[in-house]
Every structure is written in C-alpha cells, then in structure tokens.
Write a protein that binds this ligand. Sequence first.
Ligand code: SAH
Ligand code: TYD
Length: 409
Amino acid sequence: MSSTPPCRICAAPVQEFFDFGRQPLSDAFPAPDADFSQEFFFRLAVGVCESCTMVQLMEEVPRDKMFHEEYPYFSSGSAFMREHFTNLAKQLLADELTAEDPFIVELGCNDGVMLKAIADHGVRHLGVEPSASVADVAASKGIRVRTSFFEEATAREIHAEDGPADVIYAANTLCHIPYMGSILAGVNALLKPTGVFVFEDPYLGDIVERTSFDQIYDEHFYFFTARSVQEMARRNGLELVHVERLTVHGGEVRYFLAPAGQRTPSEAVAALVAEETERKLSDLATLKAFGANVVKIREDLTALLTKLRDEGKTVVGYGATAKSATVTNLCGIGPDLVPFICDTTPAKQGRLSPGTHIPVKTPDAFSSEYPDYALLFAWNHAEEIMAKEQEFREAGGKWILYVPTVHVV
Ligand code: SAH
Ligand code: TYD
C-alpha cells in the first residue's frame, strides 16, 4: 500500500483498496514491429475518498498519452449502442431541447454516435472531442466538432462564440477526466440557469455487485455513485436532481445535474443514495471484499485457460476492448493461452494487444476456423455478439465469461 494522495474532488485522503500492478495504456495497440521498450506502463490502483466517498485511481495518466489522433475506440461499432444513443437524443429533444433555438454541447462525442440524431433534427450543437481519429469521423457525418479537450477555458470560449447551452451531455467521458474542478467550472460557465448537465458512466454499484473489475483501467479515472456525484455537484455549485439506471456497458447510471436550487430533485436520487448507504457501497470493507473477488477471478480464469491449453483446446479472444487490457495484464494472459483476439475495429486489426502482445485479427479469422472456446472480452455486448455468432454455437463452440465469476456457456 502506498501513501494516501488527496482526493481529486475534495482533497481528503484516498484509501487504496486494490492494486492491479503495472498496466499499459488500454487503448494503445502497438504494431508488431514496434519498439516495445517504448510502451508506456503505470501503476493501476484504485481507492476511495475518506470524506466524499469518490472512488478514483491512485495515479493519473497524462491525457495526451490516451486521447489523440490514433485513439482507436469508435462508439458506433455496436448496433445496440447506436440505438441507445438515438433513443437518448430523442429523449433530450423532447424533454430538454424545447426552448427557442436550443443548443446542446457534447463532451467526448467520439464518432458522433449521439449527435448525429441531434444534427439530423437541425438542432444547434457542438461536439468537443480531443481525439482527431474519431472527431474527424463525426465531422464527416455533418456534425459540428471542436477537436479539443473540454475544460474551463474551452467552455468560456464556446460560450463567447455560441452563447449558453440548454444541455451539456457526456457519455462514458466524465469518468475519464481527473480535472473535475475545471470541468464543472466550465459547465457552470456554459450552462443556462435553466439548463441541465446530463452524463452517464459505469456505476460503482454494478461494478461491485458483478465484480466487473475490468471497468478499471487508465481511462476510467472515477467510479461514480449517486452519493459521490451528489457531493461532487454540491461542492461545485450544482445539484444532483435526477438519476436513471441503465443496463448498457454492464450497468451505468445517468446523472442529471442542474445549477443549485433551480430544479427539485426527484425521488429517484434519495432512493439510490439510500440504497447505496444500505449496501455500505463505499465502505472500505465492501471495496476490499470486491478486491478479494477480483483475486478469485484471476486465479480461476488463469487455471481454466491453462487447463484448456494443456488439453489441446483452442481459445480465441473476442473483442479487443480497453477492459481486456486489465484482464490480460492482471492475469498474465498472453498469446500462449489466447493466440489471437478478433475485433471489428480496423484501427486495432494487425496490431497487438497492449502489454500482453496478443495479435488482433479480423472477425474472419474467427469464423474461418471456429475455436473450441471464445473468451468474451466484450461481455457488455454479449447479447448482440452471441446473437450474431450463432453459427459458432451450432459448430459446438462455447463462450468463456469471467463476470461475475468465471463460467462457460
Ligand atoms: N461518448 C462516447 C465515447 C466514449 S469514449 C460513447 O459513450 O461511446 C471517451 C471519449 O472522451 C473519447 O472519445 C475521448 O477522446 C474523449 N475525451 C477524453 N477527455 C476529454 C475531455 N477532456 N473533453 C472531451 N472529451 C474527452
Ligand atoms: P467496448 O466494450 O464497447 O469498450 P471498451 O473498449 O471501452 O472496453 O468495446 C467493444 C470492442 O469490441 C470494440 O473494440 C469493438 C469490438 N466489437 C466486436 O469486435 N464485435 C462486436 O460485435 C461488437 C459489438 C464489438
């Protein structure tokens, strides 16, 4: 256990509860001929703030190392997620973007998976997206994008150019940003008094319940709860006014923040905070028990893969997710246990998995000769993937899952 760094929300000490050890950048896929001595590693460890209860990484990775012109995560890769974001756009258009000439800003718009539906409605919008690889795709769809990091200065510039926003939205992005004071100062500067800041991210309650430890990697700095978000909002002139639980990405919560005193909080907020208190969700003992479950999964997964290899069975990884970097590096899973991972993302194909250097291949490599087992790293897309890979099942193939425990289906 190392020292207790100050909480990035309230400066109180952060108590570490699990150390994943040396980990690479989860979305940096080196070329086979890369100079591996240049691969970046850091200590991935997670802790909980003694005071505001925010769960957070113990070490921050510099943002320019993660989000740049080669960032390979394209949000539109999942049909299910495309539908999810189209539905959200409709909800915002109906409930929040009803003023005259409304304006919405999205942080981390990626390839435009959500803003496309907004742009199609002719509603004024702006995506703020630092990774040019994905921002360029959004722009090619007719979406207005600013290729930069959102922070207070960016927010003030947007306000000066476009006026105040009715909605600021962020999906799977706010949890990526350690410098929260600057972000929320920016939200305050940009949002109308009647406006709302909506964001959705993996929910600590689901991560603990399912031991979905692979949600913990360099890019995911914060693991929110209603309680910690309520506290974070309060300290920054905002108020948590509504929460919705979501099933996507293994369980998320959509949080609605408004300038303090502007909206009456819904009963859902108090109910979720009470549930978290009842579960002792942010207690160090609960989080240490989560850590013990992670160790058990590591042991069981490594034992299963070793046994299958020794029996001469073939195992292929399915989905070169950022999450899989945590799994493979924590468990020491390399090409000897999993000879390749298939993935639909062209930017990952022909490359190697971060740290463990498992080759990433096209889905054809999977279907041309089905393996005995597929290790489902993209388990959050299980329904979509299993539906389209029925032939694999019919050919006798089995799926290996490791959340909430190691099991074969
Ligand atoms: N909203 C999409 C993308 C999530 S990936 C989805 O839910 O699928 C996270 C995105 O946040 C990446 O595209 C990354 O480039 C972007 N990002 C990281 N830091 C940011 C910042 N400070 N401001 C805006 N976007 C940021
Ligand atoms: P995802 O689980 O959404 O996120 P993260 O990288 O943050 O953990 O990543 C899904 C990955 O799986 C992405 O690289 C695309 C790939 N994928 C497939 O190969 N086939 C599919 O059918 C789907 C839905 C995703």
